[in-house]
Design a protein around this ligand. Structure first.
Ligand SMILES: Cc1cc2nc3c(=O)[nH]c(=O)nc-3n(C[C@H](O)[C@H](O)[C@H](O)COP(=O)(O)OP(=O)(O)OC[C@H]3O[C@@H](n4cnc5c(N)ncnc54)[C@H](O)[C@@H]3O)c2cc1C
Length: 394
């Protein structure tokens, strides 16, 4: 096979920076297309376990299914119903998997579980991954791109995929990743942890909009993963509360639909912002996943768009001749093909954060009507749900 021979000779068609979920999916999907990829990952293979929780859409499940990874992921909790409400105002909507005719609206799983399954899949597929190798610099010209690791030999390929989670905009990869084309600081930080509620979750997720920011409860195992957005200062204060005070504050914020909150794991915070950098970098270099767009987690769009980036890029590479791999025409076709999905997700997420995170009376009433319309018009429900699941093309 072509790619095996190339790998033996140390020649790579594609080099990928970052073995996070997006970089790993890209490498696996490229291999399905018969294209050899080599991945460089800054963290060592036995890196400390990351505590993030991810919400995958049904569309992302289909991608992982096609790569043979889905069945190997343990500890996945399906979301079969979503309850959407706003605090202190009328209007609520409920979405169910049955109505949209899918087995689940989404799935919740620990980031560490997903990356472990992907790491195993990369090993099983004999894809070269250099762990503990941080890329310090990228150089490129019209014919190829070269990665310069902090230590070790430089590597060259006709196409470099940057899937570094967006770190490069600030760091030494900056020449290949200028600052974002647009960015918005929401003055919101997420407080994340796991909480135990009095009543079992029965696979129901909650999205609750409040003037300070949205809060989400995602069923995860026999607990809920909480993502509670608040102003930067408030979030630090909330995260530092002792357990009992934290659980009381959460009850006041969220209401009693799940009964009392009875236990919480240690709290972590992460800043929420919009940074749209886009896929276009320098010659022969393309950005995907969080490296191309970092979104507020309110609608669970960012991560799923990132997986679609990886999948679509690999398919396009498969449809491109070897000579044209990484060419300006190919990279322009990729950017064009992704625009609707990415901009749809960016626009929808930004709209939700800005329209719902305030207490302006006319907007409050309009939101209530919007939620009511979503609740009572099945076609609207299906339209919104399908776009959240499959992206802008529904
Ligand atoms: C702190 C934090 C908490 C989050 N919590 C949630 C959450 O609760 N729910 C949710 O849905 N989403 C959450 N997100 C977003 C979610 O993690 C991302 O959408 C998702 O991980 C994007 O995948 P990715 O592969 O593009 O990037 P990442 O998962 O960030 O992976 C990037 C990889 O690239 C590697 N890398 C970086 N720089 C280099 C380099 N120079 N050379 C080589 N390798 C490099 C990194 O080590 C990493 O393994 C969170 C993000 C952050 C930063």
């Amino acid at each position: 096979m072509d790619e095996r021979m190339n790998a033996q000779k140390g020649i790579n068609d594609v080099l990928i920076v970052g073995a996070g979920p997006v970089g790993a999916v890209c490498a696996l999907a490229l291999q399905q297309q018969g294209i050899a990829a080599r991945v460089l990952e800054a963290q060592p293979a036995d890196a400390r376990v990351d505590t993030r929780t991810l919400a995958l859409s049904y569309g992302s499940r289909l991608i992982l299914d096609r790569l043979g990874v889905w069945d190997k992921i343990e500890a996945v909790t399906p979301i079969t119903r979503i309850h959407i409400s706003q605090r202190g105002a009328l209007g609520m909507a409920r979405l169910s998997a049955e109505e949209v005719k899918v087995p689940a609206l989404g799935y919740v799983l620990p980031y560490a579980t997903l990356t472990a399954a992907l790491k195993q899949a990369l090993a099983d597929a004999a894809i070269a991954v250099d762990y503990g190798v941080a890329v310090a610099r990228i150089e490129s010209d019209a014919t190829c791109a070269t990665l310069h690791p902090e230590a070790g030999e430089a590597l060259t390929a006709p196409l470099v995929v940057v899937a570094d989670g967006g770190r490069s905009g600030k760091g030494p990869l900056a020449p290949a990743a200028p600052g974002p084309k647009f960015a918005r600081d929401y003055d919101q930080t997420a407080v994340v942890c796991e909480v135990q509620t009095e009543l079992p979750h029965a696979n129901q997720a909650y999205e609750r909009f409040t003037p300070e920011g949205p809060a989400a409860l995602l069923p995860s195992g026999n607990r809920y993963a909480l993502v509670w957005s608040a102003s930067d200062a408030d979030a630090q204060r909330i995260a530092a509360l002792p357990d009992a005070a934290f659980l009381d504050a959460l009850y006041r914020h969220f209401g009693g639909r799940q009964g009392r909150f009875v236990a919480a794991s240690p709290r972590k915070t992460f800043p929420l912002k919009l940074a749209y950098t886009g896929s276009e970098a320098s010659d022969r270099v393309v950005r995907i996943g969080n490296a191309a767009q970092t979104l507020h987690p309110v609608a669970g769009q960012g991560f799923n768009i990132g997986l679609r980036d990886a999948w679509e890029l690999a398919n396009l590479c498969g449809d491109t001749s070897r000579e044209a791999l990484g060419s300006p025409a190919m990279l322009a076709a990729y950017a064009r093909g992704r625009r609707l999905d990415v901009m749809g997700g960016v626009g929808f997420t930004d709209f939700l954060v800005r329209v719902f995170s305030n207490d302006i009376a006319p907007l409050r009433h309009a939101r209530g009507l919007g939620l009511l319309a979503l609740e009572v018009f099945p076609p609207l429900k299906s339209f919104v749900a399908r776009r959240m699941i499959f992206g802008a093309r529904g």
